[in-house]
Write a protein that binds this ligand. Structure first.
Ligand SMILES: NC(=O)c1ccc[n+]([C@@H]2O[C@H](COP(=O)([O-])OP(=O)(O)OC[C@H]3O[C@@H](n4cnc5c(N)ncnc54)[C@H](OP(=O)(O)O)[C@@H]3O)[C@@H](O)[C@H]2O)c1
Length: 102
């Protein structure tokens, strides 16, 4: 494992366009190197951090982004969060919240 004690962490955030992702980016300003990722083009405020498209259901997106950025830490904040949507479409909910997380 890389020695991270003497340098800022390299943090990859999934779901960076969401509520938790946005808060994480805000808190990381000036402290860490961070790559914001999300589904589709950048939206929201990325506080000056670079952004890459990463759909968590696509393993090839993970492979590409992990190989390029080489994070010390991955914070997984991408999720299907609307309970009503999950009840209407449990298969997609499982794909996003269970399989993609695994
Ligand atoms: N907010 C809270 O107070 C809170 C408290 C405790 C735990 N949490 C947990 O934290 C996590 C995030 O919650 P949140 O409030 O930030 O939810 P949110 O605002 O709904 O954000 C979720 C983000 O995930 C993205 N996403 C969905 N499917 C994706 C995919 N296949 N690939 C990439 N990104 C995808 C969404 O993208 P789109 O914008 O494109 O839909 C959205 O930006 C959840 O697991 C939630 O249970 C949140």
């Amino acid at each position: 494992m890389a020695d991270t004690a003497s340098r800022p962490l390299r943090i990859l955030v999934t779901g960076a366009n969401g509520l938790l992702g946005q808060s994480l980016l805000y808190l990381a300003q000036g402290r860490h190197e961070l790559l914001a990722t999300g589904r589709g083009p950048a939206r929201g405020n990325h506080f000056g951090f670079p952004y890459a498209e990463l759909d968590t259901t696509r393993p090839e997106d993970y492979e590409r982004v992990l190989a390029e950025f080489k994070p010390d830490v991955l914070i997984h904040s991408a999720a299907m969060t609307q309970v009503d949507d999950c009840e209407k479409d449990p298969e997609t909910c499982r794909q996003l919240n269970v399989d993609a997380t695994r």
